[in-house]
Structures are given as structure tokens and as C-alpha cells.
Design a binder for this molecule. Sequence first.
Ligand code: SF4
Ligand code: SF4
Length: 326
Amino acid sequence: MAHDVSYSISINRDACTKCGLCVKFCPTEVYEFEDGPQVMHPEWCWGCETCSGNCPVDAIAIEVNPDALASEDDRPRAKLIDSETAALYKEWSDTLREVLQLRWHPVGVRLIRAGEPYPEGVQIPKERMRYCQSMMAARRGVSLLMPANRHSCPDGTSILGLTEVPPKLASGEIYILFHKLDTQEAASRMVNERPMLEPYSMDATCVFPLDDAKATVDVVSVMGNPEQMMWLSMATSYYTGHRHDFHASGYNSHCVEVTLLPMRDKQINISFGCYGGRASSDVGDDMMMMGIPVELMPDVVRGVHELSKRVIPQERDKIYLPPLRG
Ligand code: SF4
Ligand code: SF4
């Protein structure tokens, strides 16, 4: 489980009450408890701040070692998209934004396979962040490339194949500690029912506004309100008539529900968001999201365009509202 990022973990021993919560909550087993928490494996620390967040007396400080973040910046870069495809993506993005009146950019997601060069023109953030936070940045127009050592969420990082799965996540134990699931059986089921990529099969995640694509995409993620999601759903059915078997849970929204599931199943999928994604990003209470596999994008965009000719404006005009009498 070792990786090349190091964090300095300091514990204020005067404040520490030796409650052991940090040891219990750390998903990567950095600590052992021996007369208080002892930092036994600092090289396993992801900087997720779960330990400090759960310390009742605020006794833990996690600080990034800046040297450790420099290692990926020299990796070779390459052009991972041609200008024709980039123009097509921009057309898709413009149509969706204009017709649906999306507040933010649709986001292009490209997982960088092991050994692939990194795309040109995308910054690697200096600070670590969660995958859902990188999606938030991309919705707002910022492209980000994140190898494992820039990811701070153990769930997203391992689910997306950048690392191994930490033991407390693999067993589901951490979800019970957080009171997100009732029993070990339920926790194991939740973990086993979600897709996960092979550890180390991906080298980085890359997200960008679809109208300024930095690579060909696996999936397009769209954030919007339920009405906007409805049109995307209808547009996907426009040429086939098929209904959708959406797979949503409230767990692992950005990484599983709008990235891996659409990638794997080649079907659209919705998400209501998840605890981590909502707690650490700008996902509004009235917002939800959809992941669209790139293979379906031409039909989805054409479908949206067709719906815009009549039914979208009619619905927005509320043409079937009954007369309201006093
Ligand atoms: S920051 Fe996260 S990984 Fe690091 S010691 Fe704390 S809980 Fe463990
Ligand atoms: S959670 Fe805080 S108070 Fe409890 S053992 Fe850890 S450092 Fe000490």
C-alpha cells in the first residue's frame, strides 16, 4: 500500500486524551495504539484528514510535504485528442448547455491507463483533492490531471484503479464506523456490489470542461436539476424507446455512479450525490448528476436537439397547467 507521497503527522500529546478514535478511523492503518496513537506507517498516509476530523480535541495536524508532490510533473506528455474531436465535443457541450440551460460545463472524464502518457495542457494540482472536488473544478472551467498522489479520498482513488483498496474499505468496516451502514453484512454487500477497477490499472484521472477537451473521453458527467436530468434521460431514449435501469445508492456518486458504471455498462446513469461528494464540493441540495458514456453522446445530443424543437419549450411554458380560479 506504500506510495510516494509523505505527510507529516503531528499529535499534540498534551491535548490527546488517548481515546483511540484516530487509530480506529484511519482507513489506511497508519497508526497503532500503544499508550496513545503512534504513527507507525507515515508512508501510507493519504492526507484524507479522517483522523484529525474525528479527533474530539483537535490534537492532530496533517501537513503535506511539498517535495513529495513534485515527482509526477516530469512525466512525458502527448496530444491525446485531435482538433476535429475537440471541436465535436465543444459542439456537444454548447448544445447541452444552451438547450438545457445548464449552469455549469458538462465535464469530460478520461482515465489515463497505466503506461499512457499524460495529456498536454492540463495542470497537476499542487494540493491533493478528492475526485469529486476535481469534477467541481472542471464544471467551473478548470482542467485537472491527478495521479494517485494528488488524490485525497481513499474510496475514489482505489475504486478508480489508481491504488490498492485499503483494508478497512475492502471489508466495509469504515462505513460502519461512520454510521453509514448498519451491519458488516450490509457493508460487505455495498462494497461488493460496486464496480472497482483493477489496482494500478490507471495512472491518473483527468477531468476538463467538455468544450475545452484535453483528451478523448470515457464519460461525460453533467450536473443539473431533476428537470435537466429528465431531458437527458428522454433524449437517450429518443431513438430507441428503451427505459433506463438506473443504479444509484447515495454511496460513491462521482467515482462509481457517474464514472465507472456508465463506462462499464455503456449506459447512462444518474446519481443523487453521496455523503463525501456533497460534504466536500458545491453540489447543491437541488442538484443531481448523470454520467453518459461517450459512445452514447451523439444520440443524446441529437435527442436533446430534437426535444428542443417542441416539447422542452412547451413543458417550460407549463402548457397543461389548469386555469387557476380564486
Ligand atoms: S490523514 Fe487519513 S490516511 Fe493520513 S493518518 Fe489521518 S486518517 Fe490516516
Ligand atoms: S483522536 Fe485525538 S484525542 Fe483521541 S487518541 Fe487520537 S489524537 Fe488522541
